[in-house]
Design a protein around this ligand. Structure first.
Ligand code: SAH
Length: 331
């Protein structure tokens, strides 16, 4: 698709029904009906950064900070095994205490103890750090670039560097990770043009995974009172990303489910093929408060598993077999 076609398809004036139907077809033909379940472990909400959109930003004094211990994280991973998930996504803020040595030791323990595929989502690090984490056994890494609009990026992430974010994505690929990136849809000041550029960039970066969710304004951040993104806009982006990138793994994100009770189901019907059920301990879920209204904060991992299986059943889909590695050739 051309940039102009993508911009038109993103416009609220265009009927999304044909777009969603095409995306569903492209999804079925390229990645099939299986849905990969990735168990999400939110292991620390300490963060050194000040991203304007994010509830666990360093400047938010209202957050009750926590970090799970190695043993608690290993317990979560064992729960993932018992629920027959094949991947854990180990995510946190940029917590200085979880340095690369500690993380590498954790990855080795999870791998040795469970054999699960391991996805890290721990923010920006050095090239050497990424290499060490890959050598320790981590398979995949998620690092959203958040927006392709350099000016908007600078406004929303005042202590991050746009070029460095993309350099990190290069380093991750060089280190041999399956790499996921993504953006928020509906950020304040985000144009349809920049959203089209986001989608074209997903393709150019040759990503293995692309995560997209609506921006949800958090009252405890500098963006309190801003308009949140809409589910519709996020779904259009998912659909277009499927059509343009074809074989990437695309999650129906928690943010979509949080902004609308049917959000994840709708995403699965217009291009998405992954769900990330939460397997964090119930006691800390509410404190990993990126945005308000987050779903499943009082649920136990087993409840989330039951809920996603029921969701798949209703949609006529099934859990995918295997680890759900990248469908692109990985060297
Ligand atoms: N510290 C890691 C993990 C970030 S949390 C990193 O920087 O990569 C995962 C994602 O949550 C972010 O990449 C961002 O896209 C999303 N997020 C944060 N705040 C949000 C909000 N208010 N609304 C919607 N999504 C948000």
């Amino acid at each position: 698709m051309t940039r102009e076609e993508i911009i038109k398809a993103l416009s609220p004036d265009t009927d999304p029904a044909p777009l969603f139907a095409l995306a569903d077809k492209v999804r079925r033909e390229n990645v099939g009906d299986g849905v990969h379940l990735r168990g999400l472990i939110e292991f620390s909400n300490y963060c050194r950064r000040g991203c304007y959109y994010c509830g666990i930003r360093a400047g938010n004094a209202k957050v009750r900070r926590y970090r799970l211990s190695h043993d608690e994280i290993l317990d979560c991973a064992r729960t993932a095994v018992s629920l027959n998930y094949k991947t854990v996504v180990v995510q946190s803020g940029e917590d200085p205490l979880w340095d690369t040595r500690a993380l590498a030791a954790l990855v080795e323990k999870i791998k040795a103890g469970t054999g699960l595929a391991i996805t890290l989502s721990v923010g920006e690090r050095t090239k050497e750090d990424y290499k060490a984490l890959r050598a320790a056994g981590a398979d995949r890494f998620l690092l959203r670039f958040e927006t392709s609009d350099r000016r908007l990026f600078g406004m929303l992430k005042p202590d991050s560097d746009y070029d460095n974010r993309f350099r990190c994505l290069d380093w991750l690929k060089e280190a041999g990770f399956q790499v996921g990136s993504g953006v928020m849809a509906g950020l304040p000041g985000q144009s349809l043009e920049s959203m089209a550029d986001d989608i074209l960039l997903f393709k150019k970066l040759d990503l293995d995974m692309v995560g997209i969710g609506p921006f949800i304004a958090n009252p405890d951040t500098p963006l309190a009172g801003a308009d949140s993104g809409t589910l519709e806009a996020a779904l259009r982006m998912v659909a277009l990303t499927r059509i343009v990138t074809k074989t990437t793994h695309i999650p129906a994100t928690t943010a979509m489910g949080s902004i609308d009770p049917q959000g994840r189901q709708r995403a699965l019907r217009c291009g998405a093929n992954v769900l990330m059920p939460n397997i964090s301990p119930a006691g800390h879920r509410a404190d990993y408060s990126l945005y308000p209204g987050k779903i499943c904060v009082n649920d136990k991992p087993e409840q989330c598993a039951g809920c996603v299986d029921a969701m798949l059943e209703t949609l006529g889909r099934r859990r995918a077999e295997g680890y759900g590695h990248s469908l692109k050739a990985v060297i």
